[in-house]
Design a protein around this ligand. Structure first.
Ligand code: MF3
Ligand code: CO
Length: 249
């Protein structure tokens, strides 16, 4: 069942989302050559604490960090490490989910480290365009897979791959709620969107083959062919007036 959130519940989610947006804004100047992914995660953890937000990843199925940080061919769920240093030219993806008074927001952004290749730029831009195309379909009365199809069309038009192994999701009291939101599908199908639904829309795309494998650490998901991967995510509420993105400033 896809739950409909009350105005009060949505206001708590919006507070979580606004904090995440600020944190991501401040992160952009920190994702620089020489930074370790553990140092970035520790900063994120301190920010969440300062803002009285509760990380939803820390403690989730044994995961121990406040963020997932994935670099280049890594797509999602990279584990922050003191041994992993961000370098010039890298494409870094950071994913944070946190709750304010028990209500969650979930967001991910790509960061280009210093000067990056045109390949990196184009992949990042396509992920953002795909997310925006999905958000544009998030209206009451539309169908869930209108979002999926819009994302897929945008990605494949640019010649990139749509990952099949991971999906977006409903969100609220829990980080992951119904429905699953694939990044591919047929427009005009799926459950009807209604006012009060909250969706985490998260295109996951690859430069080459869309197939992904999880590393022996049990978490890090990377492209099998070693090609670059991008991931962006926003939490979106269906309102009477259309989509409201709660994880942007
Ligand atoms: N924030 C991720 C998502 O978009 C999930 C985090 S996975 C975790 O669904 F293991 F780190 F929690
Ligand atoms: Co998510």
């Amino acid at each position: 069942m896809i739950t409909i959130k009350s105005k009060h519940e949505l206001s708590l989610m919006k507070c979580a989302g606004a904090h995440l947006a600020e944190i991501f804004c401040n992160l952009s100047s920190m994702v620089t050559p020489g930074a370790t992914t553990l140092a970035l995660d520790k900063w994120i953890e301190a920010e969440l604490k300062k803002r009285q937000l509760i990380s939803q990843s820390k403690g989730y199925r044994g995961y121990r960090h406040a963020s997932c940080i994935s670099i280049n061919h890594e797509l999602v769920h990279g584990i922050p490490s003191a041994h992993v240093t961000v370098r010039e030219g890298d494409l870094v993806k950071i994913d944070i989910c946190a709750a304010w008074k028990n209500y969650c927001a979930d967001s991910a952004r790509c960061f280009a480290v210093g000067v990056v290749s045109s390949d990196v730029r184009k992949l990042m831009e396509t992920a953002t365009n795909a997310l925006n195309s999905g958000i544009e379909k998030t209206y009451a009365g539309k169908r869930l897979f209108d979002i999926s199809a819009a994302v897929q069309t945008e990605v494949e038009r640019a010649g990139f791959g749509v990952v099949r192994d991971f999906c977006g999701h409903g969100i609220g009291k829990h980080m992951h709620e119904e429905p699953e939101i694939p990044n591919y599908g047929h427009a005009g199908t799926g459950p009807e969107l209604r006012v009060g639904m909250a969706l985490a829309i998260e295109p996951m795309i690859t430069q080459g083959d869309y197939r992904i494998a999880v590393a022996s650490d049990g978490w890090t998901a990377s492209t099998i062919d070693g090609s670059l991967a991008a991931h962006v995510e926003d939490t979106v509420i269906v309102t009477e007036n259309g989509p409201e993105v709660i994880t942007r400033l």
